[in-house]
Design a protein around this ligand. Structure first.
Ligand SMILES: [Zn+2]
Length: 255
């Protein structure tokens, strides 16, 4: 009897390790603003960003884009996707040179109704990239994704309202001849709690051609994804030290 138990435990253990090894892991980092001297929950300094990218390079991470999110090349488990929400002018002014210097790429999620205005939903409203600025971005570094049209919390809207908002978001890109990847970032990370409602929202997204949706969640994603509309991102804050950052990247969250 004891032998059977030991054999079973070993078997389950080996199977578990195999499963862990076979999963392709991708880290997805969520940033917002970059500033030369200011840092807070949503803002990293230019220097912090540089140190963080350097850390990723030293640790052998490979900068990827949403385009190659589900590539086989991710089998090393060292893929890292950098994302910026809201498409602030400071992403172009301050993040771009640092990204370029480190041969990194980033996805900007654009709340189209506010393009060229400011992030009025925020207490500290800051300028957002205009359609012209978005058109002129270096496509070797930046790719664009959807971040809703009106920057509202999707847990507080109906499916019909969500569908309309997404349609307007996509229309903005088409009208301005901007190419975008079929990926969406939930404003505030917000999604409906109710399962049926959530499924209906995901079906609406799929019908509009959206293949991936990003939330917050502070976990490392494994591929194949169990649900491509619930992709988790690690929240990077300007209040983190480089050690905090290193831990978050390694484990998905800070312990
Ligand atoms: Zn946002």
């Amino acid at each position: 009897m004891l032998l059977v138990i030991v054999v079973l435990v070993v078997f389950v253990g080996v199977a578990f390790l195999q499963l862990r090894k076979s999963g392709n892991r991708v880290r997805i980092l969520m940033y917002h603003k970059v500033d030369p001297s200011r840092r807070d929950m949503l803002t990293v300094t230019t220097e912090q960003l540089g140190q963080q990218l350097e850390h990723l390079q030293k640790q052998g991470y490979e900068f990827i884009s949403v385009r190659n999110l589900s590539d086989v090349s991710l089998s090393t488990g060292k893929g890292v996707l950098i994302t910026f929400d809201d498409a602030y002018v400071n992403n172009l002014e301050y993040a771009y040179p640092v990204l370029k210097e480190h041969k990194a790429k980033a996805t900007l999620f654009v709340p189209s109704g506010y393009a060229g205005q400011t992030s009025q939903w925020d207490i500290a409203a800051e300028p957002l990239l205009s359609p012209e600025q978005l058109q002129q971005l270096d496509t070797d570094v930046f790719e664009l994704g959807l971040h809703s049209h009106t920057h509202r919390h999707y847990g507080k809207l109906s499916v019909v309202e969500i569908e309309e908002d997404l349609r307007q978001n996509i229309q903005f890109f088409n009208e301005n001849n901007l190419s975008f990847i079929p990926a969406f970032a939930y404003p505030y990370g917000g999604r409906p709690k109710d399962k049926t409602f959530k499924r209906e929202m995901q079906q609406a997204m799929a019908a509009l051609g959206i293949r991936f949706a990003f939330r917050i969640g502070n976990r490392i994603n494994r591929f194949p994804l169990s649900n491509p509309y619930e992709i988790q991102r690690i929240d990077i804050r300007g209040t983190d030290t480089l050690e905090d950052f290193a831990r978050k990247v390694k484990w998905g969250k800070q312990f």
